[in-house]
Design a protein around this ligand. Structure first.
Ligand SMILES: CC(C)(COP(=O)(O)OP(=O)(O)OC[C@H]1O[C@@H](n2cnc3c(N)ncnc32)[C@H](O)[C@@H]1OP(=O)(O)O)[C@@H](O)C(=O)NCCC(=O)NCCS
Length: 183
């Protein structure tokens, strides 16, 4: 299994690089554009957006954004820790980088307060990435949030402990909260 490195997106050049990441055919049904991720992060500071570029060695392979410790939850927010957006560039999918990115997020969360669960949400359907999350160890909660299945990963459990198979986000829809266009 590869390991990846999460890097802050601090400069215009680094932002421009992640803006070049691409979804594969049909994947826009489950994840909005790179532009929407930045717009949604800017529009919802209450959701505590934290984003990184994802690198394997020196190769940029993806992008991930979480809600990083929401202080006050309400019906429009899930957290305190929520996997909000995740994209592995279409050229690099299927090589273990998606799972490795969640590994890296989980490692990061081990140093964060009250980080017992990583939440995400994902719609089911043809071509949905939901099986990827279930394969990793997320479980369906039975709840639906923003028309997506709400999933949770208990951070005490390793990836091998889980039984398989579940989320998405509709592309480019306005999201004044940390759901949709998800993870
Ligand atoms: C979903 C996504 C992040 C997965 O990343 P990836 O690097 O391709 O996945 P990995 O190679 O790490 O796969 C890990 C495991 O999940 C499985 N898997 C990955 N995508 C899957 C899918 N769509 N359906 C079923 N299984 C899937 C892999 O087969 C692999 O299984 P294994 O451990 O038995 O070998 C990536 O495909 C992606 O960015 N898709 C477009 C954007 C998107 O949908 N993001 C999520 C929004 S909710």
């Amino acid at each position: 299994m590869p390991r990846v490195e999460l890097r802050d997106i601090a400069t215009e050049a680094e932002k421009a690089a992640v803006m070049g990441l691409r979804r594969g055919p049909g994947q826009d049904r489950y994840l909005g554009s790179m532009t929407s991720h930045f717009e949604d992060a800017a529009a919802e500071p209450r959701a505590k957006p934290r984003m990184w570029s994802v690198h394997h060695r020196e190769q940029l392979v993806g992008f991930v954004m979480i809600s990083d410790g929401i202080k006050e939850l309400d019906d429009d927010l899930v957290g305190p820790y929520y996997l909000w957006r995740l994209l592995i560039d279409e050229r690099f999918q299927g090589r273990g980088y998606g799972a490795a990115t969640i590994d890296a997020v989980v490692d990061y969360l081990r140093g964060r307060p009250d980080a017992s669960v990583l939440w995400t949400s994902c719609a089911a359907g043809d071509g949905s990435p939901q099986p990827f999350y279930l394969r990793y160890g997320f479980v369906r909660t039975g709840d639906v949030k923003w028309d997506e299945d709400l999933l949770r990963l208990d951070l005490g459990a390793g990836r091998e402990d889980v039984s398989c198979p579940s989320i998405p986000a509709t592309s480019d829809r306005p999201t004044p909260r940390n759901g949709s266009s998800t993870s």
